[in-house]
Design a protein around this ligand. Structure first.
Ligand SMILES: Cc1cc2nc3c(=O)[nH]c(=O)nc-3n(C[C@H](O)[C@H](O)[C@H](O)COP(=O)(O)OP(=O)(O)OC[C@H]3O[C@@H](n4cnc5c(N)ncnc54)[C@H](O)[C@@H]3O)c2cc1C
Length: 287
């Protein structure tokens, strides 16, 4: 169902199933999601919700989010149309662009930086917020500045004024776009590196609906290996299952409920704590 909510005149959907807005899917639903089509609408919604104290959540591609039966208002950046720009080695990318599209845009211009990250199934906004990384490259490595909306004002923050750590950034506000300073490289070499990462990803990671890694890797350990040693690969609760291929992935096999996923998370956390005295921290966010 699509409709315009007259007061805001921004496209929105009501009673949306999780599979339409998150990669995990499942039985969760959101009551209402706004899908602005341009930056003006996005800014308007964010300001409106903030000023009116509406409990809302910004999402990109929903690839790090597990949807419960949420009462929040969702504001999705995915449909915002805004083009990427390139000047010399510098690219300015909209928050709504997928990381895969950013790779393509840069590779076509012989600019290296996104080829290892290209398999991260999120948007530029979500990837910066989560400080996404893959195969040794991190989105903040090449970042110069971020354009954000906060407190009704659009401002540009330089990278040196942002704290980035493992799957975390100190950005407070709505990311609108970001500037990256990249390296010139041979197009074919960039593409080869990309294909190599695609192959490694498909070797390591399971197919099916998921949110990627459920837990952060604790310092010095691989969360997946710890869960595997606890013998939990293949364990299922309801429609959710710890992947047989990679124990840090939970797969939504059969219309899983967020509570099934939560139970599996508890099971894995308790088992790892008991066996290794290591505390696992969730990377995914329940909303
Ligand atoms: C199969 C699979 C593989 C994955 N592999 C990796 C990997 O290799 N490396 C990795 O780091 N992650 C990986 N992930 C996790 C996920 O893709 C990343 O965290 C991604 O960066 C999230 O982007 P998103 O647009 O989907 O953000 P969402 O999941 O929609 O949101 C994530 C967070 O960012 C915030 N946010 C989103 N957009 C904005 C914005 N414009 N302004 C302000 N806040 C915003 C949201 O509020 C939320 O808190 C994987 C996920 C899957 C499903």
């Amino acid at each position: 169902m699509s409709e315009n909510l007259n007061i805001l005149d921004v496209p929105c959907l009501t009673n949306v199933p999780a599979e339409d807005i998150t990669t995990m899917g499942g039985t969760g639903r959101c009551k209402i999601i706004f899908l602005p089509e341009n930056e003006k609408q996005l800014v308007f919604c964010f300001d409106f919700f903030s000023v009116n104290d509406i409990d809302f959540k910004v999402i990109g591609n929903g690839s790090n989010i597990i949807l419960t039966k949420s009462n929040k208002v969702f504001l999705c950046t995915k449909k915002v149309k805004k083009s990427a720009r390139c000047s010399g080695n510098t690219v300015t990318l909209p928050a709504s662009m997928t990381v895969a599209a950013a790779y393509k845009f840069c590779q076509e211009r012989s600019l290296s930086g996104f080829e290892r990250l290209a398999g991260v199934p999120g948007t530029i906004g979500g990837a910066i917020m989560m400080n996404a990384s893959a195969f040794g490259d991190c989105i903040s490595d090449w970042l110069e500045s971020v354009r954000i909306l906060k407190g009704g004002k659009i401002q540009t923050i330089k990278k040196q004024n942002i704290d980035f750590s493992y799957r975390k950034s100190s950005i407070d506000g709505l990311i609108l776009s970001a500037k990256f300073s990249l390296q010139k490289k041979d197009k074919c070499q960039i593409h080869r590196d990309f294909l190599d990462c695609v192959a490694r990803r498909s070797q390591l990671q399971p197919k099916g609906r998921s949110s990627g890694s459920i837990f952060k890797n604790p310092p010095g350990f691989s969360a997946g290996q710890l869960i595997d040693i606890c013998g939990l690969k293949g364990t299922n609760i309801g429609g959710a299952k710890i992947s047989e291929k990679h124990a840090n992935f939970i797969i939504n096999e059969n219309n899983a409920d967020a509570s099934d996923i939560e139970e599996l998370i508890k099971l894995a956390k308790n088992a790892v704590m008991e066996k290794f005295n290591v505390s696992l921290e969730c990377e995914v966010e329940f909303v």
